[in-house]
Design a protein around this ligand. Structure first.
Ligand SMILES: [Zn+2]
Length: 284
């Protein structure tokens, strides 16, 4: 009775009723803005929809942070089917939206019924995700400092704290096949070459490809994004320090200890999401 009486009073005062609704909406809004749709940190999406949403954010972040040029791609394993993964269709990463995401199987076949053209180098993602069940996300990128290092005689070395994550080493790929039918050399497009790339990566977190770029892997999208940024930044420092003579590198044991103390990528992810919201109005 009491509730009905209150409702009657509110209905009789239309302004009061609207006011109550507005207050209720204001109370709910922090929950709405904290949803995954706003780029909230999420270490392990449970649904395909969450994974796809996070993939869009990662594309925007990697473009905004200069890891991707107009090329480059990131994939995430489907949380609802470990035999498929999500990756954008072949467009510039800074323009990727949810409707551009395709589902692809571990042989590189596009599962989504679509007329959209996929990235030909999705084969790198398929090869690595097939060979590494521990990996849920792969980034293939061409950061200029990494390509510069790849064509120099300077080997990759750890010279920074965030770079400590590469304490297991960063393998180097230089086995392009441009003579066998279907192979296009520096563009990795065949299943065989995808498998060869995955074999070179082995159990490592990242690998460098001569004159081309790098592949970076991780357990989650935020971790993998941080790893790609750390690789590029470590290479920038290495190339810079090299100009001044002998470089002081981080020894294996020190790097291993530093990597274990790194924690997850939440702080970085939140910062990068914030920068995307400032730089890309459609993501606000
Ligand atoms: Zn490439």
């Amino acid at each position: 009775m009491r509730g009905k009486k209150w409702m009657a009073v509110l209905r009789s005062n239309r302004l009061g009723f609207v006011g109550v609704v507005m207050v209720a909406l204001l109370m709910v809004s922090p929950l709405v803005t904290a949803s995954y749709g706003q780029g909230a940190f999420n270490q392990s999406p449970k649904t395909a929809a969450e994974a796809i949403d996070q993939l869009v954010w990662a594309n925007r972040i990697l473009a905004n942070e200069g890891i991707f040029d107009f090329l480059g791609h990131i994939s995430v394993r489907n949380p609802e089917n470990s035999k498929t993964f999500f990756i954008s269709r072949a467009i510039a990463p800074e323009t990727v939206t949810k409707s551009d995401i395709l589902e692809v199987d571990l042989e590189g076949n596009v599962v989504t019924k679509t007329q959209f053209r996929p990235y030909s180098e999705r084969i790198i993602h398929a090869g690595i995700l097939k060979a590494r069940p521990d990996v849920n996300s792969v980034i293939h990128a061409h950061p200029i400092p990494v390509v510069t290092l790849s064509v120099s005689e300077v080997p990759f070395r750890i010279v920074s704290h965030p770079g400590s994550i590469f304490y297991e080493g960063v393998p180097f790929y230089d086995e392009y096949d441009f003579t066998s039918p279907g192979n296009t050399g520096m563009l990795v497009t065949t299943k065989e070459e995808g498998e060869r790339v995955a074999k070179t990566l082995g159990k490592s977190t990242a690998m460098i490809m001569r004159g081309h770029g790098c592949n970076v892997v991780g357990k989650s999208v935020p971790d993998t994004v941080r790893t790609a940024i750390s690789l590029r930044d470590n290479v920038v420092i290495l190339l810079g320090a090299q100009q001044f003579g002998k470089v002081k590198t981080v020894p294996y044991e020190e790097a291993k200890a530093a990597a274990k103390a790194l924690g997850n990528a939440e702080r970085g992810w939140n910062a990068w999401v914030n920068r995307v919201k400032i730089a890309m109005p459609d993501m606000r």
